[in-house]
Design a protein around this ligand. Structure first.
Ligand code: TPP
Ligand code: MG
Length: 327
């Protein structure tokens, strides 16, 4: 594995990366429990994708860049500053949910405070939106960039092509990251695309493209950091493909046993970035059993508190039903 010191990341930085990855995983696991207990309506998981999400978001300027995350991006939004309490308020669809006041489905992130633009359910619509934000950055001479993610299946839709083409023509400061988790619901990668690497599509648009191991947060950090430098230097957009594997069913309403084998999932679990990065940190004596126990305890306490808070928080009042809706 690439060494964090070569990337100018301190021991503290990589432990923080791991804390964010672990928090995303534990929040996700709690949401499944709450869903199966009938307390929250829906879960769409980040499990298996935390490494690429945290690695990428860690490479952004968290004080000025804009983002348009997609529904699995728990790791991205936590890294950018969304709190566990805010995520639980969203999962319970409570009035205080800052993403949409309890109106959107879970996983539709948005935060004015964090410069995160609100997403829609039709997949890939966030790409032209993020490209528009990058155009605004360019027109306003801002040094900020725009970061957008999507699934590999969604990269076959027209919105992706239109956004990518426009971004390359105008050399816009945008990073488009495809989170290739090898499935689009029940459709495996080989039935989605014929090209070898999704980043090869960058050639057709005239932009930089690179494929990276999405299970390795340091490798993803490196390519996103370089893409951010290109964007800020006026060298235009980048298309990054981060490869990992979706460890859970598509959502809490899906049964993946109908289209893939348990052996395949078990094999992918061996490559899980959370597991391999944990080992990396142990090998470098950054993580010890004592540090890990403390980390797990702190995360559990934070999730418990957020769950209790969200569970007892009020739902939006029916009087506000038409707020924010064009009539
Ligand atoms: C335009 C549109 N078509 C179909 C859907 C239904 N849908 C939701 S997620 C999804 C699969 C997307 O797969 P992928 O892009 O690989 O992302 P993943 O869920 O694997 O992260 C589909 C077809 C949708 N939300 N929007
Ligand atoms: Mg996918």
């Amino acid at each position: 594995m690439i060494n964090h010191e070569e990337l100018n990341l301190s021991n503290h930085d990589v432990l923080e990366m791991y804390r964010l990855m672990l928090t995303a995983r534990r929040v996700d696991e709690r949401m499944w429990l709450l869903n199966r207990a009938g307390k929250i309506p829906f879960v769409v998981s980040c499990q298996g994708q935390e490494a690429q999400q945290v690695g990428a978001a860690f490479a952004l300027d968290r004080n000025k860049d804009y983002s348009a995350p997609y529904y699995r991006d728990l790791g991205v939004v936590l890294t950018l500053g969304m709190t566990v309490k805010e995520l639980m308020l969203q999962a319970y669809a409570k009035a205080e949910d800052p993403n949409s006041g309890g109106r959107q489905m879970p996983g539709h992130f948005g935060s004015k405070r964090l410069r995160m633009i609100s997403g829609s359910s039709p997949v890939t619509t966030q790409v032209p939106h993020a490209v528009g934000v990058a155009l605004a950055c360019q027109m306003n001479n801002e040094s900020a960039l725009s970061f957008v993610t999507l699934g590999e299946g969604s990269s076959n839709q027209g919105d992706f092509h239109e956004g990518a083409n426009f971004a390359a023509v105008h050399k816009l400061p945008v990073i488009i990251m495809i989170e290739n988790n090898q499935y689009a619901i029940s459709v495996p990668l080989k039935k989605q695309v014929a090209c070898e690497r999704l980043s090869d599509r960058a050639i057709g648009y005239g932009m930089y493209g690179e494929t990276v191991d999405g299970n390795n947060p340091l490798a993803v950090y490196k390519v996103v950091k370089e893409a951010a430098e290109r964007a800020r230097n006026g060298d235009g957009p980048s298309l990054i493909e981060a490869i990992s594997y979706r460890l859970t069913p598509h959502s809490s309403d899906d049964d993946d046993r109908t289209y893939r084998s348990q052996e395949e999932v078990d094999e992918a679990k061996e490559q899980d970035g959370l597991k391999t990065f944990r080992q990396y940190l142990f090998d470098h004596q950054i993580l010890t059993e004592a540090v890990e126990t403390k980390l797990e305890d702190e995360i559990k306490a934070e999730i418990d508190e957020a769950t209790d808070y969200a569970e007892s928080a009020p739902y939006p009042s029916p009087d506000t039903l038409f707020d924010g809706v064009y009539q």
